[in-house]
Design a protein around this ligand. Structure first.
Ligand code: BV8
Ligand code: ZN
Length: 294
């Protein structure tokens, strides 16, 4: 780890444009389940199957109970040292007008916002659990930072049911069927509200996509480095940014509990790999940035 670390820190110190691409592994140490591996289950459902417009259309009661549980977990979790390390580095970069730092956040848990509510350099590309949107096409009601729990009394005992459910094992207790009138609905048009997250098959916020494209494709300042933290890299288009930074000559630093040996052994060009819990690794790898890594 140490010569890779020294090389990485040297490169970071001389970098002018850096992207941090973060995923569910960043919040794992805050107690939030990741999508893959054994934690990817909620009750007897694969979380990925629930995060689709079709699931919501077919069974809004089930999907709302899933998101109510995720809101409950996130409301009761705090950012960990990996979130704090990333914000610290961002603040260091912001002190230098010739430097740029961008956080591409795949997580919807709002944990960065618990450190600081509005961070212009933080792009929540998959939305946020605490944003609510109306499902009525002709109504554009949207509510941000709704931290109310439960959102309706029918959702109230979701957390009790689930608090004792380990996300590791399927839970065969029957899931309540809640009538749509008792699910969150729009204060303007009374239609059903949905979580303000991007589901599989839905496009990401176009304004963020455009800004990310411009950030990567800027001819005057190419990206020097992308930090790939706690993500399996399975979700498109988030996963495409790594290759795009490499094509621009940028280097890659992966922080993950699972890393291929060839990366760990330094066999992959322009790619460093640091294996372990991001909450422990990031303070080590980024901690002394301010002092220029001693
Ligand atoms: C789109 C919000 C087009 C909801 C999320 C076939 C092939 C390729 C692509 C596709 C395909 N079929 C469909 C697609 C596209 C699809 C996709 O990528 N599917 C995947 C599953 C194959 N993508 C989309 O649909 C996207 N939209 O393409 O639009 C379009 C254009 C125009 C018009 C219409 C459509 C939308 C994708 C967004 C989906 N929404 N989240 C919610 O959260 O409920 S994504 C969701 O899954 C999460 O937000 C997260 O981003 C993602 C999970 O990924 P990770 O974050 O990487 O988490 P994961 O659990 O996988 O991995 C955790 C990692 O952490 C692991 O590597 C683990 O080792 C590591 N780890 C664990 N603990 C730690 C750790 N590391 C460090 N420290 C630790 N302690
Ligand atoms: Zn409405």
């Amino acid at each position: 780890m140490n010569n890779q670390l020294k090389e990485f820190q040297n490169h970071l110190k001389n970098s002018k444009k850096v992207i941090a691409l973060v995923g569910a592994g960043l919040s794992a140490s805050s107690g939030l389940p990741t999508f893959r591996g054994s934690q990817g289950l909620w009750r007897n459902y694969n979380m990925i199957d629930l995060a689709t417009p079709d699931s919501f259309y077919i069974d809004p009661s089930l999907v709302w109970q899933f998101y109510s549980w995720r809101r409950y977990l996130s409301l009761n979790s705090n950012p960990n040292n990996s979130h704090k390390s990333i914000i610290k580095i961002l603040d260091q970069f912001k002190k230098d007008a010739n430097k740029q730092f961008l956080i591409i956040n795949q997580n919807v848990d709002g944990l960065f916002n618990k450190i600081r509510p509005n961070i212009p350099e933080l792009f929540d590309i998959h939305g946020n659990l605490f944003t609510l949107k109306c499902t009525n096409f002709s109504c554009n009601y949207i509510e941000k930072n709704n931290f109310k729990h439960p959102l309706t009394s029918a959702l109230k005992d979701v957390e009790n049911e689930n608090s004792n459910v380990t996300t590791k094992s399927p839970n065969f207790k029957p899931i309540k069927s809640i009538d749509e009138s008792n699910l969150p609905n729009c204060p303007i048009c009374k239609f059903l509200l949905r979580p303000g997250v991007v589901w599989f098959g839905e496009s990401l916020p176009l304004d963020l996509i455009t800004k990310i494209d411009n950030f990567i494709e800027d001819k005057f300042l190419m990206p020097d480095l992308i930090l790939v933290i706690g993500t399996s890299g399975t979700v498109y288009p988030a996963n495409s940014y790594v290759e795009r930074v490499k094509l621009k000559g940028g280097k890659v630093a992966i922080f993950n509990t699972e890393i291929d040996d060839n990366i760990l052994n330094g066999e992959i060009k322009n790619t460093w790999g640091f294996k372990g819990d991001a909450a422990e690794l990031l303070p080590l790898a980024l901690g002394d940035f301010e002092s220029g890594f001693g």
